[in-house]
Design a protein around this ligand. Structure first.
Ligand code: F6R
Length: 241
C-alpha cells in the first residue's frame, strides 16, 4: 500500500487526479472504475480542468461505476448516473456509450447484476478503481458483514442509510430501499485501487480499515490485501494512521 499525505482537500484532490490522469496518459483505453459521494468531487473538478486545458484525452476510456439506487431514473437528481453526468461525463470527451452505471430502473435487478458483471468482464476488467469510504468502512454499498466474495449484487439499504439519505428527498418514503452495487470480489479484481479520504471525521475508520485486522465488520479492511493500493488522504483523515 502506498500512502499519499496531502495538506488539505484541494491538494488531496489534485494528487488523486494526478494518479488517475497518469493512468489515462499511459493507457489511453483504460477502464476506470468510478465512485460518487462528496470525496471525489474535487478530483473530478481537477480532471475537468486539465481536460479543458488539453492535458487529458478521455476519448478511448471506458468507465464502470460502483453502484446505483434501484427505483431512480437516470435523470433523477439523486441518482448516481445524474451525479456522474453533472460532475464529470458532461464536461469531458468520454463517449456516452463507453460509460456504465447500473440501471436503477431495471425490471429484473438480478439480471441487471449479471449483465453488469458481463460488461466488466467484457472490458477485460478494471485498470483503476476509485473508492470513497463510508464512516462504517463501507465501500460501494457493501456494508459491514457483507461477504467478501460477492460480485455485483442487490442490497437492501440499512435503516441508518435510509435515514441519512432522507434529507435529499421530499419525504422519507421517496428514499430508495434497495441498490445495486459491485461486490468486494469485483472491486478486489481491479488492477489498481485508489482510495480517497478527507476530513477528521474519517480518521478513526481510516485507522481501523488500514491499520486494524482484516474483517467483514470493516469492509474496506480487505483492501490491505490488494497488491496495488494507493491511499490518498488529507492530513485530517490520515491523522490516526
Ligand atoms: C459512492 C459509494 C460510497 C461512498 C462512501 C463515501 O459511489 O459507493 O461507498 O464512496 O459512502 O462517501 P463520501 O465520499 O460522501 O464520504
Amino acid at each position: 500500500m502506498k500512502i499519499y499525505r496531502a495538506e488539505d482537500y484541494n491538494s488531496m484532490s489534485r494528487r488523486a487526479a494526478n494518479i488517475l490522469s497518469a493512468q489515462v496518459i499511459l493507457k489511453p483505453d483504460s477502464v476506470l472504475g468510478l465512485a460518487t459521494g462528496s470525496t471525489p468531487v474535487g478530483m473530478y473538478r481537477q480532471l475537468v480542468n486539465w481536460y479543458e486545458k488539453g492535458d487529458i484525452d478521455f476519448s478511448q476510456v471506458h468507465t464502470v461505476n460502483l453502484d446505483e439506487y434501484l427505483g431512480l431514473a437516470p435523470d433523477h437528481d439523486q441518482s448516481y448516473r445524474y451525479f456522474m453526468q453533472q460532475n464529470l461525463f458532461d464536461h469531458i470527451n468520454v463517449r456516452p456509450e463507453n460509460t456504465n452505471v447500473p440501471n436503477g430502473l431495471a425490471s429484473d435487478p438480478e439480471a441487471e447484476c449479471r449483465r453488469y458483471n458481463e460488461v466488466i468482464a467484457g472490458l477485460g476488467g478494471i485498470d483503476l478503481q476509485v473508492l470513497g469510504m463510508g464512516h462504517n468502512g463501507h465501500i460501494g454499498f457493501n456494508e459491514p458483514e457483507e461477504a467478501f466474495e460477492l460480485e455485483t449484487h442487490v442490497v437492501d439499504l440499512t435503516e441508518n442509510t435510509i435515514q441519512a439519505n432522507a434529507r435529499f428527498f421530499a419525504s422519507k418514503d421517496e428514499v430508495p430501499r434497495r441498490a445495486i452495487t459491485m461486490g468486494i470480489k469485483a472491486i478486489m479484481q481491479a488492477r489498481h485501487i485508489l482510495v480517497v479520504v478527507s476530513g477528521e471525521d474519517k480518521a478513526e475508520i481510516v485507522r481501523r480499515a488500514f491499520a486494524g485486522p482484516v474483517t467483514p465488520l470493516v469492509p474496506a479492511s480487505i483492501l490491505q490485501m490488494h497488491p496495488h493500493l494507493s491511499l490518498v488522504g488529507d492530513e485530517a483523515a490520515l491523522s490516526l494512521l
